[in-house]
Write a protein that binds this ligand. Sequence first.
Ligand code: NAD
Length: 352
Amino acid sequence: MFTQMEYNGVSDLSLHQDPITGLHAIIAIHSTALGPAIGGCRFIEYPTTNDAIQDALRLAKGMSYKAALAGLPHGGGKSVIIKPNKPFDRTALMRSFGCFVEQLNGRYITAMDSGTLTTDMDVIAESSRWVSCTSADGDPSAFTSLGVIEGIKAAVRHLFGKDNLEGIRVSIQGLGHVGMAVASHLSMEGAHLTVTDINTQRMRIAIEEFNAKAVSTEDIYAADVDIFCPCGLGAILNHKTIPLIKAQIIAGSANNQLLEPQDGYALAQKGILYLPDYVINSGGLIFVALAHANEDQQTIYHQVLNIGHTLTRLFTESQASGIPPFILANQQAEAILANAASLSKTHQRSIV
Ligand code: NAD
């Protein structure tokens, strides 16, 4: 366990079980150097407890990088409630999880993630102050999709020297909360869409409402488009799919799009501009953090628009240095975290 924590740079790992509700939950805190750790709570089934722990550890690190580059005063954390494989009382589980979050006394702030809903956050809020995305706050997806659109516009400006999306051809993988909103926005701005989803109902909506061309889940990679926008699954950029891709830009919301870091280099070698996933999809986290800080929608909106500026800066630095944007993003996030950690150590020493 300690080796896994060390590998992911995670400082704290808390496990909690409650025999009354059947709760088995994990909270991983990667860093609190910039501020309280923040990140969603997953409520899904796992083959083993170790898989659940691994997921929390890996995701917590990603949240630290995302918060650092988004300029948020937060470290990264992630929690997992292992979905029981027998009947359970969802409300009781969430309430018990809220008590677990509260025990950490603000070191970790939880929010929605795969398998959790705003109504779950309402229940957690009954027993903890450290929660965002309640029904009063809302769902972060709208802000995630806004960030994706800003990222796409920044990439189009950088690579094609174009200030609008008229006639730009975009393929979208996954028409869920984020993908459908992105499709709607792109279509309004005059982009031509090619889409796929395992859910045929969602495909039908995109065909009817956005005049999208539908392709199979296998054919999406080779679609003849300018931009590929992955909004479904992780690890979809790999040695099998990269040779098929015709798009010049990859810009989507899915987390952990690269199977391995070398896949990012393979994209760069092919001359494809890959927008680091945790930068372009940080609109949701910006919303989660600022909603928890009681900021208004206008303030959140403006901070999400900054995603486009951050990406433009990365493109320019990448052009000057020859280092791909995803590596630059990692380097910059690590520098921000290291600087914050050394400042906090100096501060602790001065208190002693
Ligand atoms: P979602 O579950 O609402 O949508 C995912 C969609 O992908 C679904 O419609 C699903 O049917 C489809 N899908 C699943 N397997 C597929 C396949 N093989 N091929 C094509 N489509 C497939 O999720 P979401 O909230 O829209 O998030 C999309 C992605 O963005 C996820 O990777 C998520 O982790 C990431 N993300 C989301 C947010 C957010 O605010 N929702 C924030 C940051 C990152």
